[in-house]
Ligand binder design. Structure first.
Ligand SMILES: C[S@@+](CC[C@H](N)C(=O)[O-])C[C@H]1O[C@@H](n2cnc3c(N)ncnc32)[C@H](O)[C@@H]1O
Length: 278
């Protein structure tokens, strides 16, 4: 995966999803009080790192990622938004990059990044080792597939997004199988956090509900997301669904997502947390 090439999509997505992240971070802040060091694991371009800096004004935030260009963007964002004095970056492959940490972390956050690591169980164990006693590990994994359109959109066969979800499942399984050191694991996140030696697991899902009529920003995100699916699944899409996607992506088509009235964004992401015994 070329993560640096995905920068505009990652930024647009995290910015659109900011209300969801703000609620998730407020939930975390009820349990995690005054963390000294927060580490954002697989931070990408650092939009969510910035939300951590805002939610925890007394904390130092370290963004860790395998992509240096994305970390450069994270640093520029920190300078632009005024928290550069307590923000740092660390480039390297996870989980090994954490060997470079000088201090144990009070809060480790892995938002939609753990599933990109070959051995998720081993990664969680390493993450737990890098926590200070009493520190919290929080991962955002799972939830529900996002929805952008009604079931019946008046063109093609109803249920387009459910069929795209099925393709996405296949793609995801193949993506995981192709990762270096890939290990199959049952995605029982609370149990995995427990087997990493952590206690007090909690899970909670957060909703992003941007109803129709969608803003220009939401429409741009939907267009970008459907465009990616059209590109990635080009060869395996049902021809009728491919033709419908082409119409949805056509800026001149009144049935396209830029012009139709029924476009929305509805997403649910789950956060799982656990604490290192003191
Ligand atoms: C889906 S993005 C999530 C970015 C960010 N956490 C967010 O929610 O917007 C996954 C991130 O994990 C990083 N990543 C994937 N595999 C990695 C690895 N083995 N080591 C370090 N970073 C990795 C990618 O560079 C990318 O920035």
């Amino acid at each position: 995966m070329d993560w640096a090439e995905m920068a505009p999509h990652l930024v647009a997505q995290a910015e659109l999803f900011t209300p969801l992240y703000e609620r998730a971070l407020a939930w975390l802040a009820k349990e995690v009080t005054e963390p000294g060091l927060i580490v954002d694991l697989g931070s990408g371009p650092g939009v969510v790192s910035g939300l951590f800096a805002e939610t925890f004004p007394g904390a130092r935030v370290l963004a860790v990622d395998g992509s240096e260009p994305l970390l450069e963007q994270a640093g520029e964002r920190a300078a632009r938004l005024g928290y550069a004095d307590r923000f740092g970056t660390l480039a390297g492959e996870l989980p090994g990059a954490l060997d470079e940490l000088d201090y144990p972390a009070d809060l480790l956050w892995a938002g939609r990044s753990l599933h990109h690591l070959g051995d998720q169980r081993a990664a969680l164990t390493t993450f737990a080792q890098r926590l200070a006693p009493g520190g919290t590990l929080a991962i955002m994994e799972g939830g529900l597939p996002s929805r952008f359109l009604p079931r019946d959109i008046g063109i093609g066969r109803p249920g387009l997004e459910a069929r795209l979800d099925a393709l996405q499942e296949e793609w995801f399984a193949q993506m995981r199988a192709d990762l270096p050191g890939s290990v199959e694991v049952t995605e029982d996140w609370p149990a995995l956090l427990g087997s990493a030696g952590l206690k007090h697991t909690r899970s909670r899902s957060f909703l992003l509900d941007l109803p129709a009529p969608a803003s220009d920003r939401a429409r741009a995100y939907v267009t970008d997301s459907l465009g990616r699916l059209r590109e990635v699944y080009a060869d395996i899409l049902d021809p009728e669904d491919r033709a419908v996607l082409d119409r949805l992506l056509d800026p001149a088509d009144p049935a396209g997502v830029r012009r139709r009235s029924d476009v929305f964004v509805l997403a649910a992401h789950t956060v799982h947390t656990a604490v290192k015994p003191a």
